[in-house]
Design a protein around this ligand. Structure first.
Ligand code: PLP
Length: 452
């Protein structure tokens, strides 16, 4: 099979291989990279997955995109090393499960993508003897997952922009207590402002000497690892041939894109429940066919999903034959009928999110945090509206201990701090504050120019 090429969703850039797409992050025409073909995993292999470990399944899912870019033994080592933690499936009732993606070093599902992407980037940089700056915007969890994945490497610096007032203290501390090659910037603005600043830096000719790379969910290296846990989860829940309903708490839609890629690779899925918080631009689009970003985005308690214009919508539209540019302008409408067949989009208010955290605990003894509660509430709504279905898997994307204030208030339980976060509240913080002007960011990044 010839090596899969990646094209830009904006359509004004050459096709590149996985290595180039990974190191570039975003295409120079501001589009996002998409695979030209999505390889199918033979059913006979998928049906072997129940007997395989997480790293073994990951190998089968990721390998078809890589060809010989990474040697087999190096890839297997990377996967073994990246996925050295549990991926528990918790039964809620009958065949309804919560998949806990919160057992990595920063206790959010972002670890799955960041840890493999980090290892792949290191591998390629070593081959080239190069150094880079990872520039990333975070609504709370990406920054820490990426910072931890690259922490302490001498040929990589990580600059993380986060909205000063929109991350929890523990989320901030996970970024600001590392030091060394990790440079956190508290932006006086919203996540969308952080993301806009990052995007501008990428196309700034004055910063070309910096070798900037992104680690946002706009990087294709983030998406492929996020296809893996859908295969893994199904292999632990379903019998031969059974289709699953997944519920995905969605902000920037990277997690959902992973699931859709998995489905196109052959994973039997009945429906994806796309659960957003009150930033309901996508559920609105599914109802009306008209896309309108939410500006400014709304502050909800599921803060990692406070996104008024999800960048991965460009990929989602592309997958369904449409085209959307980076500003959200739709130049070709996607196939809405096909989208409705695969996706059930629903917006969950903060009130319902809180109610869901309470009820999941009192009815089933299951402790959810706000993001996982949005997904569970979305699933409940889907089952009520469209009829019962089994098996169902709802994604829990963070550890409740990252959001202690809400959880204590709603359930009376003070969630135990996971081992990896044990010393977090004591460590010293280092970060700079910055206004939302692009000139300030350029100035800041300029200091690295002399060092490179
Ligand atoms: C980032 C994040 C999400 C949203 O994932 P997207 O890929 O941006 O849709 C949900 N929950 C948590 C805890 C997150 O950190």
């Amino acid at each position: 099979m010839s090596l899969i090429k990646f094209f830009s969703t904006n359509g004004h850039f050459e096709r590149v291989d996985f290595r180039q797409a990974l190191l570039m992050g975003q295409a120079p025409d501001k589009g996002l990279f998409m695979p030209e073909q999505i390889p199918r995993i033979p059913e006979s292999i998928i049906e072997e997955f129940p007997k395989m470990s997480y790293p073994q399944i990951a190998y089968e899912v990721v390998k078809p995109y890589l060809g010989d870019l990474i040697t087999d033994s190096a890839l297997r080592n990377m996967l073994q090393d990246a996925y050295n933690y549990e991926v528990p499936m918790e039964r809620v009732y009958d065949e309804k499960y919560v998949l806990r993606l919160d057992q990595g070093p920063t206790c959010s599902f972002k670890d799955f993508a960041a840890r493999l992407m980090g290892r792949m980037i290191q591998y390629f940089l070593k081959e080239d003897g190069k150094s880079i700056i990872i520039l990333t915007a975070t609504s709370g969890d990406t920054g820490s997952a990426v910072a931890h994945a690259f922490f302490g490497l001498d040929n990589i610096k990580v600059v993380v922009l986060f909205p000063e007032k929109e991350v929890t203290v523990r989320q901030r501390r996970q970024m600001t207590t590392l030091g060394k090659n990790v440079f956190p910037l508290a932006i006086n603005g919203k996540f969308d402002d952080c993301q806009a600043l990052v995007k501008q830096a990428f196309v700034d000719p004055e910063l070309r000497g910096l070798n900037l790379s992104s680690a946002n969910s706009i990087n294709i290296g983030r998406l492929l690892p996020q296809a893996v846990y859908y295969f893994y989860a199904r292999s632990r829940a379903a019998l031969h041939g059974e289709e699953i309903v997944f519920s995905v708490p969605s902000g920037n839609f990277g997690d959902l894109m992973g699931g859709l890629i998995a489905m196109k690779m052959g994973l039997p899925v009945h429906k994806f429940v796309v659960a957003t918080n009150e930033n309901d631009e996508f559920p609105g689009f599914m109802q009306t066919g008209v896309y309108e970003p939410i500006r400014p985005s709304k502050n909800c308690i599921s803060n990692a999903m406070n996104v008024g214009h999800p960048s991965n919508l460009a990929r989602l539209f592309c997958l369904y034959g449409g085209q959307m540019d980076e500003t959200g302008r739709v130049s070709r409408q996607p196939d809405l009928i096909a989208m409705h067949k695969d996706l059930y989009a629903v917006s969950i208010t903060d009130d319902v999110t809180r109610q869901t955290i309470k009820e999941a605990y009192s009815q089933y003894g299951v402790l959810l945090e706000p993001h996982g509660a949005v997904a569970w509430a979305g699933l409940v709504k889907y089952l009520n509206e469209c009829g019962d279905w089994s098996p169902c898997i709802s994604l829990e994307t963070a550890d409740p201990a990252k959001f202690p204030e809400e959880i204590v208030r709603l359930t009376g339980i003070n969630p135990a701090l996971p081992q990896v976060m044990a010393r977090l509240d004591e460590l010293e913080e280092h970060f700079e504050k910055m206004n939302g002007n692009y000139a300030s960011l350029r100035n800041y990044l300029g200091r690295f120019l002399t060092e490179v």
